[in-house]
Design a protein. Structure first.
Length: 485
């Protein structure tokens, strides 16, 4: 069966339909390529430093940028403004109990705030955290608290173009070996990330999560589930895991959460423009973690989130149970990725959640990883289209103790699809400009840092082009497109 938002056209093509209509809009403009060149130079070739007035399609992230529903906006009008004991918080707690099946809820201002509290509470110097794969902010908090990480994906997960439906799975043999080597005492928790972000939004299967649970239970180790992209992971389980094809998204979500002792999430990705939470059904865990919430976030019934956002989180959580809502961005990503793949552009396959990911090492084999191929491709694609994506590669990595770049396993340009934000003609525009850029790939060169922060450098670091390749790209664009935007 097709997902219920995809229809077959008379000509045979599968088209993802928008299962919503647009009722509030924001005007966009597409600056000419010469202005885009000035903008990206001013931004130090870092798309985080672009201003949205210079951006046509903001595909930087789906974080805090998903479209809101009328029901969410309506709920926001009824928020209960109170420092303590707010009814808005009670509604969010009820939604989490019903959707994730977890009893206790600690609100935090966003996902990384949950990571801060978990890392401070559980990680001692020298501890090891096994995980399917790291996320930037997660790793930074673990590092800061003296911990180490072990990434335990199956080797095939890093083969970017494959038909492996569950690249986010944890390798159980590797997990057992790591526990035997390190000792369970040195492992405060195992972290599983839903729709594993940095390898292209790739899901794990429920079967795999249950195997991880089994091993964790044998050794009395907690499982912490990063549920920031759990809805998409549940959607892929329904699509791709035979045993669950007739299960509802709600059943799958609860079964996923039931495997974890602690579930935390960034509500910016799940359903709102702000917020997050740490959830558990274990009262002892709740009591242990709750002391840090008033210290870093705010009182236990708001945790740094405005009551209006708390209302939108509650409604948004219920909306993720609707397949035509949670499947909207995966079906558009699927469409774009398959069009690009057929057109010969190297993309991560199978398509994942959150964005379409372009394989920069295959796109730009002539650019060495030390010159940040994913960063160069991201800047080049902004030039070609006015759409800004995000670099997910060595620029987003760190340096080792000798000052050398730790080269990333994968070099990706991520084109995020915030839920229900872009139309199919905008998606087709992205497809067209990416195909054009691929035809001009030999023109694209590398980047080097000119200002490099020591922590999370990709956010604010500034770079320059290693040659005049951006100017050459602008010339090629004019030669092919005349005076078109
Ligand atoms: N975990 C995952 C898997 C994430 O994708 C993010 C954020 C976080 C934790 C941190 O949450 O931003 O609310 O503090 N991902 C965003 C992105 C930033 O663009 O992929 P946050």
């Amino acid at each position: 069966m097709q997902p219920d938002q995809t229809v077959r056209f008379f000509g045979g093509e599968n088209i993802p339909l928008e299962m919503h209509k647009v009722r509030v809009v924001q005007k966009l403009s597409l600056p000419p390529i010469e202005n885009r060149l000035t903008a990206i130079q001013d931004a130090g070739y870092n798309t985080f430093l672009l201003k949205t007035r210079d951006v046509y399609l903001d595909m930087l992230t789906d974080s805090g940028t998903n479209a809101m529903s009328d029901a969410q906006q309506g709920a926001m009008m009824q928020a209960d403004d109170a420092y303590a004991g707010s009814q808005s918080f009670e509604r969010m707690q009820t939604a989490i109990r019903e959707v994730f099946g977890k009893e206790y809820v600690l609100p935090v201002h966003q996902g990384r705030a949950a990571e801060n509290i978990l890392a401070r509470s559980y990680i001692k110097a020298g501890n090891l955290i096994p995980m399917n794969y790291h996320f930037t902010t997660t790793k930074a908090h673990i590092d800061l608290n003296g911990g180490r990480i072990a990434e335990l994906l199956y080797d095939e997960a890093l083969i970017l173009r494959s038909d492996n439906p569950f690249k986010g799975n944890m390798n159980i043999d590797k997990l057992r070996a790591v526990i035997a080597r390190e000792g369970a005492k040195n492992i405060p928790f195992i972290r599983m990330e839903a729709s594993t972000n940095l390898i292209g939004g790739q899901p794990f299967s429920l079967e795999n999560l249950k195997e991880v649970r089994k091993v964790a239970s044998e050794h009395n180790i907690f499982i912490v589930l990063d549920a920031s992209l759990i809805g998409e992971n549940a959607y892929f389980i329904k699509q791709r895991e035979k045993a669950y094809q007739n299960a509802s998204i709600g059943d799958i979500l609860r079964e996923m959460c039931a495997q974890a002792d602690i579930v935390y999430f960034s509500a910016r990705k799940v359903s709102s423009s702000r917020g997050g939470a740490i959830c558990t059904s274990n009262k002892a865990i709740f009591d242990y973690l709750k002391v840090l919430v008033p210290l870093y976030e705010g009182f236990l019934t708001y945790g740094g989130i405005s009551v209006r956002e708390i209302e939108s989180i509650a409604v948004g959580l219920y909306e993720t149970l609707d397949e035509s809502v949670i499947g909207q961005s995966p079906s558009f990503i699927d469409y774009l990725a398959r069009q690009l793949d057929v057109g010969g552009v190297p993309v991560v396959m199978p398509p994942g959640g959150l964005g379409c990911h372009v394989d920069a090492m295959k796109f730009l084999p002539h650019v060495h990883q030390k010159e940040y191929p994913a960063g160069a491709l991201t800047a080049a694609f902004y030039l070609a289209s006015g759409a800004r994506g995000m670099e997910r590669g060595t620029m987003s990595s760190v340096r080792d103790e000798n000052g050398n770049d730790v080269l990333s396993d994968v070099e990706l340009l991520r084109l995020a699809f915030p839920r229900r934000v872009f139309t199919l003609s905008q998606t087709k525009y992205v497809e067209d400009r990416m195909k054009w850029l691929y035809s001009k790939r030999n023109l694209i060169g590398g980047l080097r840092f000119v200002e490099e922060p020591s922590v999370l450098r990709f956010f604010m670091g500034r770079l320059e082009a290693t040659s005049d390749w951006p100017e050459k790209l602008v010339k090629a664009f004019r030669a092919d497109f005349g005076d078109s935007l």
